[in-house]
Write a protein that binds this ligand. Structure first.
Ligand SMILES: Nc1ncnc2c1ncn2[C@@H]1O[C@H](COP(=O)(O)OP(=O)(O)OP(=O)(O)O)[C@@H](O)[C@H]1O
Ligand SMILES: [Mg+2]
Length: 369
C-alpha cells in the first residue's frame, strides 16, 4: 500500500527546498495561479515514473537558477530518491541504485487525473494506451520486458523498412507477431477484468457524476486491421508478410499493437458523439474503476488530481473525494481554493502554495500553522 509519509523537494521548477508531511487520506493544495500547484503534482509523478507528464526535457524541470534537482519520498518502509541534472541520473530505492524506472512504479504506483494529460474518453490513442498499459503493468509487472522487446523489434523493422532491406524483414515479422500476440492477450484480459469491476455504491456516484451510466461500455482495439485475427500470431505474421512491398513503400508500420486503443461508448453512442461533460465524467469513472481494481489486487495506488475543479463543479469533486476516501487511497488534489466545500465530509489536510513555498494550514482558522 503506497502512502507518502514525507516528501522532500529541492530545486524542482519553482518549488523551494522543503519537506512536507502529507495526510494518508486527502491532501488539498490551494494557491493562486502560477504558485506551483501543478509543479508539485509533477514532482510526485516524477518520483513514481522518473519522468514528467509535461516535458521530455530534464532542463525544464530543474529550477532556472540551478543545475540539478532532488526529490525524495518516504513511502512506508521504502525511500525513493532522485537526483538529476543534464549529465547525472541517480535514482535509488532504499539507497540501492536502480536502472529500471519501472521499479519506481512498484514502490509508488500513481494514478493521475489531470486535464494536462487529457481525458481518456475521446482522448488520443496514445493517451488511452498509456492508461491501458499502466493497468497491464500493475497486474503483471513482468510485462515490462515484453513491451520493451516489442519496441525493440518495431525499431528494427522500422530501420529495415527505411534501408529497404526486404530480405531481413521476415525474421522480425515473425518476432513481432509473437510479442504482439502476448501484448494483445494481456491488454484484452486486463480490460475484461476491469469491466467486471463494479464500483460499489454505484448509483450514488453515477447520479452525481452523470445522469445515466448504465450502458457505459469500452472495448479493446488491438491496432491490427479488421481482416487480421489479433489472437493468432500466424494471422498477424501473414498480414505483415503479404503486405511487405506496401510496407517498404510506406516505410512504416501503419497497423500493429503500437497503434492499440480503447473504444468507449455510452448507450451505444460512440465517444466522439458524447458531450464534453459526459466525456469528463466517464473518464473519471474509468479512472476510479482502475484505482478500485488495483485496490482489490492489494496494490494501493496514490491518486494525483490536478486542476480538476476548473472542469467539474464542487459537488462532483466532493463525490470523487468521498469515494477515494472510502477506498482508502492517499490523494493529492490542487485547487485555486475559492470554495472549500469540496472537502465537506472529507478527512483532509489543507496546504497553501505561495511562490513555491508549501505551508500546511490550520484547519480551524485556515491560517498557516
Ligand atoms: N524550471 C523552472 N524554474 C523556476 N520556475 C519555473 C520553472 N518551470 C516553471 N516555473 C514557474 O513555476 C510557476 C508555477 O507553475 P505551476 O504550473 O505549478 O502553477 P499553478 O500553481 O499550477 O498555476 P495554475 O493555477 O495557473 O495552474 C510558473 O510561474 C512557472 O513560470
Ligand atoms: Mg496548474
Amino acid at each position: 500500500m503506497a502512502i507518502i509519509d514525507k516528501l522532500f523537494i529541492n530545486q524542482f521548477r519553482n518549488l523551494k527546498s522543503q519537506i512536507i508531511s502529507p495526510n494518508q487520506h486527502i491532501n488539498l493544495f490551494i494557491g493562486a495561479n502560477a504558485q506551483g500547484k501543478t509543479n508539485l503534482i509533477e514532482a510526485i509523478y516524477y518520483l513514481g515514473h522518473n519522468r514528467s507528464f509535461k516535458t521530455k526535457t530534464i532542463k525544464e524541470v530543474i529550477n532556472f537558477d540551478f543545475h540539478q534537482f532532488q526529490l525524495q519520498a518516504k513511502i512506508g518502509k521504502n525511500t525513493i530518491k532522485l537526483e538529476k541534472s543534464k549529465n547525472q541520473n541517480n535514482i535509488s530505492i532504499n539507497q540501492q541504485k536502480i536502472n529500471i524506472s519501472s521499479q519506481l512504479s512498484q514502490v509508488l504506483p500513481i494514478q493521475i487525473i489531470t486535464p494536462d494529460k487529457g481525458f481518456i474518453v475521446n482522448g488520443t490513442p496514445k493517451n488511452k494506451r498509456s492508461y491501458l498499459d499502466w493497468g497491464v503493468f500493475h497486474v503483471k509487472p513482468k510485462t515490462t520486458k515484453l513491451f520493451k522487446n516489442h519496441n525493440k523489434i518495431l525499431k528494427n523493422i522500422q530501420a529495415l523498412l527505411i534501408q529497404n532491406k526486404a530480405d531481413e524483414l521476415d525474421f522480425w515479422f515473425l518476432e513481432l507477431a509473437k510479442t504482439a500476440l502476448k501484448i494483445n492477450q494481456n491488454r484484452a484480459e486486463y480490460l475484461q477484468k476491469l469491466k467486471q469491476t463494479k464500483l460499489p455504491n454505484q448509483s450514488k456516484l453515477l447520479k452525481n457524476l452523470i445522469k445515466s451510466f448504465d450502458k457505459f461500455d469500452y472495448k479493446f482495439s488491438s491496432g491490427w486491421p479488421k481482416e487480421v485475427d489479433e489472437t493468432d500470431a500466424k494471422s498477424m505474421y501473414k498480414y505483415l508478410s503479404n503486405n511487405t512491398s506496401q510496407l517498404l513503400k510506406n516505410k512504416h508500420l501503419k497497423y500493429g499493437s503500437h497503434k492499440a486503443s480503447i473504444i468507449f461508448s455510452l448507450n451505444n453512442k460512440n465517444e466522439c458523439f458524447l458531450s464534453r461533460g459526459e466525456q469528463k465524467a466517464l473518464s473519471i469513472i474509468f479512472w476510479l474503476t482502475q484505482v478500485l481494481f488495483l485496490v482489490n489486487l492489494k496494490t494501493q495506488p496514490i491518486v494525483l488530481i490536478d486542476d480538476l475543479c476548473s472542469e467539474l463543479d464542487d459537488e462532483k469533486i466532493n463525490t470523487i473525494l468521498q469515494y477515494l476516501q472510502a477506498l482508502n487511497v492517499q490523494t493529492f488534489i490542487t485547487d485555486i481554493g475559492h470554495n472549500l466545500s469540496i472537502m465537506d465530509g472529507v478527512n483532509s489536510s489543507i496546504f497553501q502554495i505561495k511562490s513555491g513555498v508549501i505551508q500546511q494550514l490550520d484547519l480551524a482558522n485556515k491560517k498557516p500553522r
